[in-house]
Ligand binder design. Sequence first.
Ligand code: PMP
Length: 433
Amino acid sequence: MSTETTNAALFERAQAVIPGGVNSPVRAFRAVGGTPRFIRRAQGAYMVDAEGQRYIDYIGSWGPMILGHGHPAVLDAVQQAATEGFSFGAPTEREVELVEAIIEQVPSVEQLRLVSSGTEAAMSAIRLARGATGRSLLIKFEGCYHGHADALLVKAGSGLATFGHPTSAGVPAEVVQHTMVLEYNNVEQLEEAFALQGADIACVMVEPIAGNMNFVRASVPFMTRLRELCTQHGALLVFDEVMSGFRVALGSAQSLYAELIPGFRPDMSVFGKVIGGGMPLAAFGASRAVMQHLAPLGPVYQAGTLSGNPVATACGLATLREIAKPGFFEALGAKTKRLVDGLVAVGRETGVPLVGDCEGGMFGFFFAEALPQNYKAVMAGGSERFNRFFHAMLDRGVYLAPAMYEAGFVSAAHSDADIAATLEAARAALRAA
Ligand code: PMP
């Protein structure tokens, strides 16, 4: 690639042959405007674009890069695995090792099936939940994203009994007729839904810490009641930990709720992102009893040519080994908290209403007076200010997620100096905005 190439020239070229110039919509900067940066390479906490500009990276490939880019141990493992073969379509010892390493940290999961994307994992988990319970109804929450399987592209209908509407063209209404969408953190709606349809609910899928509406925690009363209702009515509680898994804590978000709610466990879990360390890898798991319904043992079909890919599993395994080292999450969590506390302090100093929250290496901040509890509150305002702030930060070499409804990610490679430089940029950006 020529060093004279600009982001704008690449974007134009891309738009001629790729819809919108991108292979996943948020990369197009539609929400914030402007020209997407075409990344040439990344190392540690930094990404460098086609014009040679360097950015402190707070996207981390939307979550996977918890060690930063190009961690030497991960790079070694991937290079070694690649020399041994890219893909066999036959089982390998490394798949077993990776699954064992995941299960070791997550007591609710006895068996796991590896797939290649979070979308595939969530979709397969729902099929399994439906197959295992013999029920059809799926409950999800507004603002939670579980990938783009047809049955999940739904927004709330006007009333509980009316079910949802497709949010994408190409999804027939009949395909989402078994999907009910409720408000996140709304205990009353949950009670009502179970009272109306309890015997038909196969599963409730939830992001325990929602990263697709910035950063919103499921409240403890909400999670407690959700667990009780699922148990009472024989519905499976599915934690979508594609983003939060091995990111907010080594034991994932479920370990945090288990500390707050005695005996708490989800019935099924979906993972992605960190467990693949930046390679296409995701997984879904549950108790042995539930997983036995899956082919080849049971009648629920699911398969994949590249599932458990040897290079991807090497990458995931090397990543998990690093993050399981003593003190890893304490250090990452403290660093992320310094960033968020610093942003809030800079907001106060510049007179801009700014609140934030974080857990492990995942964070969110809002131009608001208080932390939102659901999607409507997240989207209630602040987008213009966010968009100005985003560009002011990008101009200063700090790459935040290009939409205010996305979470941010800190890696082990971010240094104290990076955090300080980010806060300095934020101070200048907020003064200018
Ligand atoms: N679930 C959650 C919670 C996610 O954040 C995402 C992706 N951001 C997905 C599922 C879908 O994963 P993928 O993009 O790998 O298909």
